[in-house]
Write a protein that binds this ligand. Sequence first.
Ligand code: COI
Ligand code: CYT
Length: 598
Amino acid sequence: MLKCLLLLLALAIQLILCPVHVLAGHESEGPRNPVIGIILPFSSAFEDIALEQQKAINLALAESGHPFDLVFKDGGADRQSAVDAFNELAGLENRPAAIISCSSWASDAIHPLAAEKGLFHIAIGSAALNRTVPGSTVRFTLDAGAEQKQINQYLRSFERIAVLAMDNDLGKTWLEMLRQSFPGKIVSGSLYNPQKMDISINLIEIKDKKPDALVLISAGEASEIARQARNAGIQAQLVGTRPIQRSALLTRPQYTNGLVYTYPSYNTKHHFISDFREAYQYNPGFFGVEAYDAITTLFRAFEQGHTTFEALFEWYAGQTYIGALGRIEFNSNGDASYPYLYKQIVDGEFQVARFQFSMLLETVRQQLDNIFQDMDRSIAQAAGKLSASGLHGDLAGTVLKELFDENPYAFNCVTVDKNGIIVNVAPDKYREVIGEDISGQEQIIRLHSTHEPVLSQAVLMVEGFVGIDLEHPVFGPDNQFIGSVSILARPDFFGSIISRKIYNFPVEIFVFQTDGTTIYDINEEEIGKNAFHDQIYQSFPSLVKIARRMVTEPEGQGQYRFKNRHMEKVIEKDIIWTSIGLHGTEYRLALIYSEQEL
Ligand code: COI
Ligand code: CYT
């Protein structure tokens, strides 16, 4: 019943507040309703986006029951139209309490103007924004630069990349960023006018350059681009970014199937999605979801008494909100972030791209493997030089210093004599470890018995932390064993590699040792914990079962139940794992995600 009323209310608001309609008649003396001015690209190629945002905002108003007057203005397709719309709003007799604008070009133009007039400004659908006035404009769209780090991971596997981008701030920003990221690989980069769509010249050049990937910085018009490109004989993998997931693409699956794009991984179970579907008979996409979160948070801010420009900015900046977009974190500049993932059109549907999980795990495995191989090569050379110089003294110190400088992930490098006593170190600031007896450490015991290189399990080091240690034996001039040389690394070196590769994806990667101990995890409290012994895992039998398989199987996959990334609630998790290591020591590298959080 309540739902029906909301629906009616939303539809009524929709009728009253059609674009460019200003609520008139505030002749009464009482306090007026606060006005929120909303500038959307109604008369543009992105009309469907504007209408979706407007519907979402009206639904939110109906739900909230707040006494706001929403004034929608047409931002058109270019900066000047948006500025005109802004000036009309700024000149209203009942001065708006806030302005919301959609599109990079509109928001970029409005950002300094709103700050100048002291009007609080929220940008939605605005991935490219050149901030010039600090402490103003709160933006709900993830910056294109962040999204690009993610799509680049995918694009790296292509050799000849063509880019076809809408001719505006968003398209130009992307084209420029891609040129910078892939110098030499961008075989064609051109702009098109989304209002005109005369792209035949662009397509001739693209076809001529034989790209293996075609990146479209486009919204729903990508459907038409895909049709023309395929009909022109362009076979390249189609790649897109957030605005490309529009229903128009599903009307031509024969041309758009296979498209891979980056997209927010918001919660499709949020009541907003079903409320919207009920009210308007279609599924909202990101633009509607984002608009809904922008307006509902704004309502809440007003409700809590934050009404000035400064107070509103402060209310958002540096804070975390849970909305229809999921967990939204605003940095101190006022920019939002939340996870993005790869999606793909499969069988005429927008789906989570299944390839991304193994792809991300494999990229991390390769990079860690490269680092281990590099460390192993350089320590082998150092061991050769130490054969001549011996383990003590300045010459050996120089060899250790070189070894340390060659290995960015080294904490320190030491030489160890044949009795297991540390005799030399680089850098010099760790000189207090000289004289320490490490003969009882498991890797030293193995090295002494085999005289072969070893990689340790995570063990407590004399430096005072649990680390991993790579050691090569050193033989004297007569080939007699004289001791060893070591590179010590902190497990957070895993973290530095992993976090760069899985940046902003809704996945976690952890490193696990074959005795069940976690040696790296994003949740620090789990590092050093053992799946078979530690209390925190004992009420999760499916986790213990997976851990048992991980001990014996170098590669695998499965499901279990445990706490989510933020350790807030128990969820179903998917895990895939592989192995890395050297000299017979293996660590499991495991990626986890949850269908419930994609
Ligand atoms: C953007 O500028 O980031 C947008 O998503 C604009 C949209 C109208 C295509
Ligand atoms: N420390 C070190 N073991 C230690 O405890 N630097 C190498 C090996």
